[in-house]
Design a protein around this ligand. Structure first.
Ligand code: ZN
Length: 316
């Protein structure tokens, strides 16, 4: 077939398939993200943290964020069945009642088929007995036992993730379960600078007034440690003394998980909330959510990112 004829035939086909649509529309379609929240244990307050997380995501202009709120603590969860597959990623600020079995199974299928999950601080305490959730987050802590006391995740849940001698190691030997030093500012250290979420971020930055989650345990499979923080024994004698994982990615089936342990907000706290208004928390959340949803990060690192010496807390 002569070349000119071939082009003539192909152009209308390309238009019909919508290849030219992004140019005509002028802007990319927003990425659909579900912010899933609605229950906390007595140490956290989703009603304070979730709106800050929502605004952080919306402010990028990249995401269309739907907030999905579960029934409140103690209420009937049997009808809770969000349509996971409508979303490119699910961002979880949740530690509460178990979802119905069918809802959990649908979420596992969504993730295995290439879904995205972002878990924020509180969510490390969620679903200690949900095997697949433990695999998605790699490690977690605390969690309610069937008798209602906190502290389900123990040594039988799996090893701890440590950063020693320049690499990630799994520690199944050292005793001790989830804990954290008292809240304060601490340095977050980049460990995988070439990951799309971390590219362009400083090697170290000072995070504002948060908890260094320590001794988290779980299956710890298919996990990459993006950043750590030192739980310093010289500052707190009960600290682990280890470089604890703060930011992680996990591959689950064809799904992608961004796990941030940062973001403590207590029920008695009043705004501002430095831990989640820290530009470092916000930017890693925004970048981690884009990566979980698409596998890429297109966002530039803003000028107000904290430095190793100075925190950077944004106005609400
Ligand atoms: Zn906390």
């Amino acid at each position: 077939m002569p070349l000119h004829r071939s082009l003539r035939l192909r152009l209308p086909l390309a238009l019909a398939l919508g290849f030219a649509a992004p140019c005509l529309a002028g802007a990319a379609t927003p990425i659909k993200v579900m912010l899933l929240t609605g229950q906390s244990n007595q140490y956290h307050d989703w009603a304070k943290s979730a709106p800050v997380v929502r605004d952080a995501l919306a402010s990028t202009g990249l995401f269309a964020v739907d907030v999905v709120t579960t029934p409140p603590k103690g209420a009937d969860m049997s009808g809770f069945a969000p349509k996971w597959s409508d979303y490119a990623a699910v961002v979880m600020v949740y530690e509460g009642a178990e979802f119905p079995e069918a809802t959990k199974a649908a979420f596992v299928a969504y993730m295995k088929n290439g879904g995205g999950l972002v878990t924020v601080h509180d969510s490390d305490n969620a679903f200690p007995y949900w095997k697949e959730f433990n695999e998605m987050i790699a490690v977690g802590g605390w969690g309610f036992r069937p008798n209602g006391t906190i502290g389900a995740r123990d040594a039988t849940w799996g090893p701890k993730i440590r950063w020693r001698d320049g690499k990630m190691v799994l520690d199944a030997e050292t005793p001790g379960n989830a804990s954290h030093p008292p809240r304060g500012d601490f340095v977050v250290k980049t460990r995988t600078p070439d990951h799309p979420i971390m590219r362009g971020l400083p090697a170290e930055w000072l995070h504002a007034n948060d908890e260094i989650y320590s001794h988290l345990r779980g299956p710890a499979k298919n996990v990459t440690v993006l950043a750590t923080a030192h739980a310093d024994k010289t500052k707190t004698p009960t600290a682990s003394g280890e470089h604890e994982p703060m930011l992680m990615t996990i591959t689950y089936g064809r799904g992608r998980v961004f796990h941030t342990t940062l973001g403590h907000v207590a029920p008695r706290d009043t705004a501002p909330f430095p831990s989640i208004q820290c530009a470092g928390f916000i930017v890693t959340l925004q970048r981690g959510t884009e990566w979980a949803a698409t596998g890429k990060v297109t966002q530039k690192v803003p000028a107000d990112f904290p430095t190793a010496a100075k925190t950077s807390v944004r106005a609400p």
